[in-house]
Design a protein around this ligand. Structure first.
Ligand SMILES: *Cc1c(COP(=O)(O)O)cnc(C)c1O
Length: 441
């Protein structure tokens, strides 16, 4: 679809104008200037020149807890001082009553699905644009992930499409706050209440996000967090699952610890071992003291980028509902393919050359378009619930057009708490410059 002739003509025009870089910049400053700025990829000036240095992720708060842990006689979670400090700090941040630490975000979600009572053949509606950890627990419990479509620029579940997917087998919804952007929890809560579904929140990418002033993970029945290294609060690998629900809350510990009730020493259910050790908990306890600063900075920088790229033809900024706090685990704008003479790969190369840390898309394909889903081959080639007739799910027939389009027309921009406002403004300028260059007039 890229029109080389068009690009060549533009290059020719800007070169033939015989202007200096300063002249081009001056021309660009005047409204409606006919000569576009020369792209960095064509030898022009880079739009992003401001730099910043990442502060160390770990320091005094983590060291203090680790030192304390090393002086303990035991590093086991049950009754562990570091685990208790982590829990207290987490409770102070979220107000959630029952908190279980665990080995990963995937584990947190598996614990949640088990505690929620998902049974073989039960359907769980969620997003297909996510980490596969969102659905691993569902599949291990012999539940059936059902994928609803997403909002085009929120990248989160479209509540109307969630409702369309409800059947008499539906038991739960997992709302993924993708990129740290809160899902429409009011609508999802209403749907869950109306149809008596368990509402689980996947907050893996959303540490410190807020839904209408409420901490993320507290509107649903169970909240799940990841502490994997790429998340903005981490201990390398780990997770937290939490709930104030009177039935599911007390089950979280059992579902993360082999079903073992450590108070009366009885196995009260079937679950695997997803425990987190005291050394990991120590690091997380330290990390949590940094959360508000990290989350508020990221929110501010991402919102600033949105403000600065507002109104560029063919570019849709990351959409955040007013009153919510998105923490931008990544920032994603959507490109309207019809608005540009180039494809996304070319746009990406040009934007990178301007000094923008970006990448096209997110995961390669929606979850359900991976081979293991298309072949319904989760358990070494078999899928018991399908073989037993408990589901007639056919992932080759799933239709989620917006989710597909997000992955083919989204551009991911890195936002980091160490970034400066100047970097965001220059990033916006780069997007504007590249968009203008390739605009279909
Ligand atoms: C990272 C992530 C997970 C899984 O977390 P792990 O700690 O890697 O198991 C689940 N859901 C989402 C949205 C994630 O980003």
């Amino acid at each position: 679809m890229s029109s080389n002739q068009d690009i060549d003509r533009r290059d020719f025009l800007s070169a033939s104008a015989g202007m200096t870089v300063a002249g081009i910049l001056a021309a660009q400053g005047s409204a409606g200037a006919a000569t576009p700025e020369k792209l960095a990829i064509d030898g022009g000036e880079k739009a992003v020149t401001a730099t910043s240095t990442k502060a160390p992720r770990f320091g005094a708060p983590e060291r203090a807890q680790l030192d304390a842990a090393i002086q303990q006689d035991a590093l086991f979670y049950w009754g562990g001082p570091q685990t208790n400090i982590l829990k207290e700090r987490f409770q102070a941040l979220t107000g959630l009553e029952h908190v279980m630490t665990c080995s990963s975000g995937t584990a947190a979600l598996h614990i949640a699905v088990n505690a929620a009572g998902i049974q073989p053949g039960d359907e769980v509606i969620t997003s297909t644009v996510s980490d596969i950890g969102t659905v691993i627990g569902v599949i291990y419990q012999q539940g059936v992930p059902v994928f609803a479509d997403l909002g085009p620029s929120t990248l989160t579940l479209d509540p109307a499409d969630v409702e369309r997917h409800i059947t008499k087998k539906t038991k739960a919804i997992i709302a993924v706050h993708l990129a740290g952007n809160p899902s429409d929890m009011k609508a999802l809560r209403a749907i869950a209440d109306k149809h008596k579904l368990v509402l689980i929140e996947d907050c893996a990418q959303a540490w410190g996000a807020q839904y209408q002033g409420e901490p993320i993970g507290t509107i649903g029945d169970i909240g799940c967090w990841s502490l994997q290294n790429s998340k903005h609060i981490t201990c390398g690998d780990g997770g937290v699952v939490a709930s104030s629900h009177p039935v599911y809350g007390p089950k979280l510990q059992l579902c993360g610890d082999k079903g073992f009730n450590r108070t009366d020493r009885a196995w009260q259910g079937f679950a695997t071992n997803y425990r987190m050790s005291e050394t990991q908990a120590a690091v997380v306890a330290g990390q949590l003291t940094r959360l508000e600063e990290i989350a508020s900075t990221r929110a501010h920088l991402g919102d600033l980028l949105t403000k600065e790229i507002q109104g560029i033809p063919g570019i849709a900024p990351h959409e955040v509902t007013p009153g919510n706090r998105c923490v931008y685990w990544f920032y994603m704008f959507r490109m309207d393919p019809a608005a540009f003479s180039c494809n996304r790969a070319t746009f990406y190369k040009a934007l990178s050359a301007e000094g923008v840390a970006c990448s096209p898309g997110y995961i390669a394909v929606p979850l359900h378009r991976n081979e293991v889903f298309l072949n319904h081959a989760f358990f070494n080639g078999q899928w018991p619930v399908k073989d037993l007739g408990l589901t007639d799910m056919d992932y080759t027939k799933e239709e989620v057009p917006e989710a597909e389009a997000i992955l083919t027309s989204g551009m991911r921009v890195v936002i980091h708490e160490s970034n400066t406002e100047e970097q965001m403004r220059q990033t916006a300028h780069a997007i504007r410059k590249v968009a203008k260059h390739y605009a279909v007039s």
